[in-house]
Design a protein around this ligand. Sequence first.
Ligand code: GCO
Length: 448
Amino acid sequence: MARIDFPKDFVWGTATASYQIEGAYQVDGRGLSIWDTFSHTPGKVFNNDNGDLACDSYHCYEEDIALLKKLGVKAYRFSIAWPRIFPQGTGEVNEKGLDYYRRVVDGLIAAGIEPCVTLYHWDLPQALQDKGGWDNRDTIDAFVKYAEVVFKAFDGKIKQWITFNETWCVSFLSNYIGAHAPGNTDLQLAVNVAHHCMVAHGEAVKLFRELGIPGEIGTTHNLYWFEPYSTKPEDVEAARRNRAYNNEWFMEPTFKGTYPQFMVDWFKTKGATVPILPGDMETISQKIDFIGVNFYSGGFGRYKKDEGLFDCEEVQVGFDKTYMDWNVYADGLYKVLSWAHEEYGDTPIYITENGACYEDVLAEDNRVHDVLRTEYFRKHFIQCHRLIESGVPLKGYFAWSLLDNFEWVEGYRKRFGIVYTNYETFERHPKDSYYFIQKVIADGGLDV
Ligand code: GCO
């Protein structure tokens, strides 16, 4: 048996998002978001579930903080719901919405836990969507105003800020594939949305620096490790396109201020072009203090004419699968972060999400013996350690998620928590994976 130890200053944390956990969707003046509209539209979400109540963290946040404290984490990543701060997206600030986050932030700090805040985890105010949403550049200005209010309200208390969560999901998944709110299926629209979100990110970073807010700011991209099935040039090219869809399309503008030309050319053949205005690329590539990476999976692809957007078909090579049907590819985490480090340099990296969905059973002792999820974490922790040992500047790891919660189109049937949520009583029950992580943190490492 070997022993692996993490650096003393490694940041262990867990992550959640406002719409997925808060509930209280009409409490204290919160406006509606595109996810309220989408989930209230019959047929969009499994079982027609919605986030009206979710985990009721709006009222149970003290219990959540106690769970975090007992877990021993240094940091907690959560998001602020824009429609709680600006119910109509712009205009009057809703102080009661800010007060909720003041309670959460103060509670975390009192418990010795660093708050890490995501500004945009998908709950765009519906009033802004009604005016075109992220397709309309006015939404960029509205976002920057919202960011300003929040930066100032928490000046100094929040040391880590993430502008956007998974711009790929905000753009392509939500506006081309149509699986997430607002549910459009237009490639040009998706390309516009991706671009405008990245400009909004850059503008928020600029403002953060101008205001002299203490702390660090970055963004989170969801990276995926897609490998070619064979060394045949057409397979290599097809897999490269599929990978760039998630990775390079977002990482290259963020770090280099350019879009990957081969993808620009490819999108052009599909009738979509990037709506770049003068100055945009400089804005997007503002220096950031860290990059957040959400990593869940990867796979193998090969060329197949007219398959999907990229003439690429995925080949199943026998990975174990989670209950989301995602490949368990821990080695992919090592590969993708090694690649990102080599390609984009020494910016500190945080894994801002990683975790797994499995079918959980609450045992009679109120425990969940989630052996597979625990194993998933163990495998990924080992890869994190390999990365650190290899000189990749990986500074922290946030497990997705603290709690079972509203898993977007899957509603409540897909559980990712290290704590089990009873959706009738809102009781929380730590699972075995929670105790596993607690021990890794307490011991500073693990036997492998
Ligand atoms: C995402 C989000 C999370 C999800 C998680 C599991 O990646 O979709 O950031 O909100 O719940 O990734 O799918």
